[in-house]
Design a protein around this ligand. Structure first.
Ligand code: ADP
Ligand code: MG
Length: 305
């Protein structure tokens, strides 16, 4: 048996299908002295590794429910001038995941909130992080079903396992009191342990209405804004960019959006120097009574918190 036949057999036994496929081509280049022996080994291993990495990423993207894939490269920042490209690129470096922070994308429909959340999720998957994405309605439906079947603890454990949980579309559909309570339990379970990205077309001041309970909304915001980064998008819908003239003026932008207290939330300080971000331009109340009342002030007070 020739050496190349032996290599072929070894690659087959090692299930290195891609290396086996490229072997003849690599050997031909070696014979023509186009590459050295060490480069030939490097070639074969790189081909195999690339294929496996591509498969791993594909499977992880499907498991994370990040299909169809969106990327920052395919995002047209010139269409959304309110967005700071460098800030979004910095977020895609994923440090916020290590710090277990919550990243909020707020803005009217079609402004790219889900696109950006997905793109950051895709970057996280590529970096080997465990990610899971769902809409708030899907999340609550799954938790409600699990509770009915006596599997709530297990289900909450499932959602806390991902190092990044993306909850899309907060504010579109009405939420039952039971559903809001289940979401609170999950947020509580992830608080300071795992990062989240939330997208919403509603400002924080409207969360009392969104969750049908101002007291619960205050408690949710207390946790979701403590170590938070808020990115507010103010602009037109990308979906409707070719039909802007057909859209009534009042729905073009700012639809249903009450601006959050952006300057204070943008750099919500982390305790004991966990953040490396510059100090906030406007100081934010600490995790204290002041913080609680600040959160409470975000929710219209139909009941006292
Ligand atoms: P939202 O979640 O804010 O309602 P999406 O992120 O779902 O909006 O965007 C709607 C569609 O438009 C998606 O297909 C998305 O990829 C695309 N899109 C939105 N904004 C941009 C943009 N600035 N550049 C490229 N595609 C965009
Ligand atoms: Mg969306």
């Amino acid at each position: 048996m020739s050496v190349s036949d032996r290599i072929r057999q070894s690659l087959l036994a090692l299930h290195m299908a891609r290396a086996l496929e490229t072997l003849d081509h690599t050997l031909a280049r070696l014979e023509k002295s186009e590459i050295s022996a060490i480069e030939a080994i490097d070639d074969l291993l790189a081909e195999e590794l690339n294929l496996r990495e591509g498969r791993r990423i594909g499977a992880a993207l499907r498991t994370a429910r990040l299909m169809p894939v969106k990327t920052l490269e395919s995002f047209d920042f010139s269409f959304q001038p309110s967005l700071n490209r460098h800030r979004i690129t910095a977020l895609a470096q994923l440090e916020f995941i290590n710090r277990a922070e919550v990243l909020h994308f707020l803005g009217p429909p079609g402004t790219g909130k889900s696109h950006l959340a997905t793109a950051i999720g895709v970057a996280a998957v590529k970096a080997g992080r465990c990610v899971y994405r769902c809409s708030l309605a899907e999340l609550i439906e799954a938790l409600t079903k699990a509770e009915r079947e006596g599997r709530l603890v297990e289900k909450i454990r499932f959602y806390t396992r991902a190092s990044l949980l993306i909850v899309d579309e907060i504010g579109y559909l009405p939420i039952t009191p039971g559903g809001a309570n289940l979401f609170f339990q999950l947020v509580n379970a992830r608080y300071e342990k795992g990062a989240m990205i939330l997208t919403s077309n509603r400002g924080f001041a409207e969360w009392g209405e969104v969750f049908g309970d101002p007291v619960l909304a205050t408690a949710l915001l207390d946790r979701l804004l403590h170590h938070a980064v808020v990115v507010q998008i103010e602009g037109a819908s990308y979906r409707l960019r070719q039909h802007a003239d057909l859209i009534p003026e009042h729905t073009r932008a700012h639809a249903n959006l009450t601006p959050p207290p952006a300057p204070s939330v943008l750099h919500a300080p982390m305790p004991s120097g966990r953040r490396s971000a510059p100090p906030p331009s406007t100081s934010l109340p600490g995790k204290s009574t002041a913080w609680a009342s600040w959160c409470a002030s975000l929710v219209p007070a139909s009941r006292s918190a």
